[in-house]
Design a protein around this ligand. Structure first.
Ligand code: FUC
Length: 824
């Protein structure tokens, strides 16, 4: 045991030690968005969203409200599943997967309902006569303030538009100004691809009412209202049949309020007009500067918690964002990475807000909050075999835990609707969800059975309930989500069956999401695939740990422990890969975007450089074999995997792929507005990459807080403040120089042992050096007991010794901060 000199700093982190925020936290452009939605800029308050085009002559503001979905309350269980289940299982165990899948497509696949669509409200159009010709054009999205601004000059007058989506006021506000009096003239107009009616109340209030469309035999039942109150300063206001016309004003403020009849997934009894008016009538009493200030304060409450500096770039000062994306791969622009990281946080703050004052948001969909199509790709719903989970990967680590709440609420609701699915389809207790859900919280199978035969969505989503607790240690919260966690485990206690060939307990039928072995490429259905085993391992483990933390359900814990012990071990196949299926069927030529069996590497913590070196090496081989370029979300996941593989340069390469212009490589890429491309646009890649950048700088899953675990050569100097680590620790500030930790301050909120792994020796006093990998006594850092793998005799595993830096332990007390500095 070595004793070091210490610099302990109790709650005394001065601002000067915090990371310097680069100034350029703006997306900016020299041209309008034109007609291209992915050139437009997003604002949102978790419920109301807008995409702003910044076209001088006709401003287009595309409007969304989070509960505008097709259809209405419905279910999509297939009750014929139960009787067919024994035959399907028998066929699978006999190796007749094709026949099993055919039967499952008749008996398990949903008869007709594959989920409803997230749909747009419509467009606010502002027409500015004689603004065809303009000069000095500029538009930006300031993600430090969450304000979108457009400005340009016509006939010597500077026109400026600002747009915000306010959480406190629950309206979108458009502020129009001209720098000379009496020069502002425009017409405001609403239209929509939905079935709508329009009226104008008084002279200055546009009112649109609509109802969403029918889909797959479910009647469209969401009624919605959009109200726009046009408040000019000076000038004259008049109206036509459809427009409010303002001429000769000095300035104007437009308040946009939207609401629906949605109360919850089974209730549509709210009054959309009354609700839209309630928010509007309060907001119009407040002048724009007050609404703006309150909006910025509410936004910064979240945004300012994390600051990241990876170094400055010349490009940041001079080049618009679209040009920087084009040049990223060949230039040196670390500020684009920090902008992209913070943009992910911006998007989560804008797309996913906790409920307040009777207003509730929904979790971020495949497109977050922003969609202008009646039939968007994959309905812009919730694909829960990766995409929805990825949306929330940044929530805890980047210090946005409150924004996890809409997802937590959705999982709690699924744990209700999914009970019937578990019972009628599989004769099981607990609850189940398949690979998609929607506003109506459907839990039955969606899409053809090749994609749908995946009863794991509930168990994976439940990890988010558990992880939120891992970061906060809040037992009251844990108690509130424990029934959902337990219910997800209960399902598998009943659903697991003994595999007569290997004698393990397995998920059957199941599948490795959306992939199939090359020997039977059209048949995904199987038993005991690696990801299923890993997810069941996690839901059982967290149920046991949660029950013990809450001191409940000792008998049930014993049952779960015994089932857990009978799960299959992970396997290393003949190509040195982590096996995807229970049999060694993987092809090294398989480039499939889903690499689901690496779930165990991230987001789970089942693979470790230090504890499971063979599986860790096999995971690396798998990732090498699959290659880099793929869909956007797949590359976002790969950033996290390479970070967990402690390979910063490879993670950086994936960021480079991600920050390439759409179309410049075989898949993925980034649109000019920094939205991630599947393609098409899918927001998960934004969030995945944001989480991955955090994971490169700090990890907290493998028995310790690991500082700079995967720092690329490009980021040898930098700083970050505000990341959160499991066990209630906050990395209040971390500065590194030449790849070494120069100084770190960690605040403890729960107390307990803090263990850090660092790349270099630190000066500390009273801290101990951990030798021989002794267990961390902090319960939040308890590692997982992973079975020894089965390794193919043909597998060649070239093991690399992972870098092992010093590991220090120090006791912490709640509310206190601790600082360590580099031992030069
Ligand atoms: C899954 C993925 C697709 C896409 C869709 C929304 O089906 O396989 O790539 O992301 O979800």
């Amino acid at each position: 045991m070595t004793i070091f000199r210490v610099t302990i700093c109790l709650l005394c982190v001065s601002l000067s030690t915090l990371a310097q925020q680069p100034k350029a936290l703006k997306l900016w452009y020299k041209q309008p968005a034109g007609t291209t939605w992915t050139n437009a800029l997003p604002v949102g308050n978790g419920r109301l969203g807008a995409m702003i085009y910044g076209n001088p002559e006709q401003e287009i503001i595309k409007l969304n409200e989070a509960t505008v979905w097709s259809g209405g309350p419905n279910r999509n269980d297939n009750p014929e599943a139960l009787a067919a289940l024994p035959t399907i299982r028998k066929l699978i165990f006999e190796g007749k997967q094709d026949e099993a899948q055919k039967l499952a497509s008749e008996k398990i696949q949903s008869a007709k309902i594959n989920g409803m669509k997230y749909q747009p409200v419509g467009n606010l159009l502002l027409t500015f006569p004689n603004h065809q010709t303009y000069s000095n054009y500029y538009r930006d999205l300031d993600i430090e303030k969450a304000v979108a601004t457009t400005s340009y000059t016509v006939d010597g007058v500077r026109y400026t538009r600002q747009v915000i989506a306010s959480v406190p006021d629950q309206v979108i506000v458009v502020r129009l100004t001209a720098d000379k009096p009496g020069k502002l003239s425009f017409a405001a107009f609403l239209n929509s691809p939905q079935q709508i009616q329009r009226t104008i109340e008084g002279t200055n209030k546009l009112v649109l009412t609509g109802i969403t469309s029918d889909h797959e035999g479910v009647k469209g039942q969401v009624r919605f209202n959009a109200h726009v109150h046009v408040m000019p300063e000076g000038g004259q206001t008049s109206k036509t049949d459809t427009s409010v016309v303002v001429s000769g004003a000095n300035a104007a403020t437009l308040y946009v309020s939207m609401a629906t009849n949605f109360v919850d997934y089974k209730t549509l009894t709210a009054d959309p007009k009354a609700l839209a008016d309630k928010h509007l009538n309060l907001a119009i009493k407040r002048p724009f500067p007050i609404i703006l200030n309150n909006h910025i304060a509410a936004y910064q409450r979240y945004f300012n918690r994390v600051k990241l500096n990876l170094g400055s770039s010349a490009a940041a000062a001079g080049l618009p964002t679209d040009e920087r994306i084009k040049q990223f791969a060949t230039g040196n622009d670390p500020e684009l990475v920090s902008l992209y990281f913070q943009f992910g946080r911006y998007l989560l703050i804008s797309a996913s807000q906790p409920g307040r004052d009777g207003v509730q948001g929904q979790p971020a969909t495949l497109q977050g909050l922003w969609n202008d199509e009646m039939s968007p790709p994959w309905d812009s719903k919730y694909t829960i075999n990766i995409n929805t989970e990825m949306n929330y990967w940044p929530a805890e680590v980047t210090n946005l835990t409150e924004l996890h709440e809409p997802l937590v609420k959705m999982v709690n609701e699924l744990s209700q609707t999914g009970q019937e699915t578990a019972r009628v389809m599989y004769g099981a207790k607990g609850w189940v969800a398949h690979h998609n859900t929607d506003l109506w919280r459907i839990t039955g199978p969606v899409d053809p059975i090749y994609y749908a035969m995946w009863p794991m969505g509930g168990a994976w989503l439940s990890q988010h309930l558990w992880e939120k607790y891992q970061y906060s240690g809040d037992k009251k919260y844990l108690k509130s989500v424990y029934p959902a966690i337990k219910g997800a485990a209960e399902f598998f206690v009943d659903y697991l069956v003994e595999d007569p060939n290997h004698h393990y307990l397995v998920v059957c039928p199941g599948m490795s999401p959306e992939n199939a072995p090359s020997t039977r490429p059209k048949t995904s259905i199987d038993a005991g695939v690696t990801m299923d085993n890993q997810i069941v391992f996690d839901i059982f483990t967290c149920t046991i740990r949660a029950a013990k933390a809450l001191n409940v359900d000792a008998d049930f814990v014993r049952i779960v422990e015994s089932k857990l012990a009978q799960l299959p071990p992970m396997q290393v196949g003949k190509h040195g890969q982590l096996q995807e299926w229970i049999d060694d069927l993987d092809s090294p030529d398989d480039k499939h975007r889903h690499i689901s069996h690496l779930y165990g590497l991230y987001p789970s913590a089942q693979l470790s450089a230090y504890r499971t070196p063979q599986l860790f090496t096999a995971a690396r081989n798998t990732l090498e074999q699959r290659g880099d370029v793929s869909t956007g979300w797949s590359m976002g996941w790969k950033v996290n995997w390479w970070a967990r593989l402690l390979d910063g340069n490879r993670a950086y390469k994936l960021i480079t792929n991600q920050l390439s212009p759409v179309g410049s490589q075989q898949g993925g890429g980034t649109y000019t507005n920094l939205f991630d491309a599947h393609p098409p646009f899918q927001i998960d890649g934004n969030f995945g990459c944001t989480a991955g950048i955090a994971e490169m700088i700090m990890q907290s899953h493998d028995g310790a807080i690991h500082l700079l675990p995967a720092l690329p050569d490009r980021w040898q100097n930098g700083s970050i403040s505000g990341l959160r680590a499991r066990g209630g620790f906050e990395i209040t500030s971390l500065e590194w120089k030449n790849g070494k930790v120069a100084k770190v301050t960690i605040k403890s909120t729960l107390g307990g042992n803090c263990r850090i792994r660092v790349p270099n020796e630190m000066k500390a006093n009273g801290f101990t050096t951990v030798l021989n990998g002794a267990d961390n006594p902090n319960p939040f850092y308890q590692t997982l007991a992973i079975k020894d793998p089965i390794i193919s005799p043909q597998a060649q595993l070239i093991m690399k010794k992972p870098f092992i830096g010093p590991v220090y332990d120090f006791a912490t007390q709640p509310g206190k901060s601790y600082t360590l500095v580099l031992n030069k």
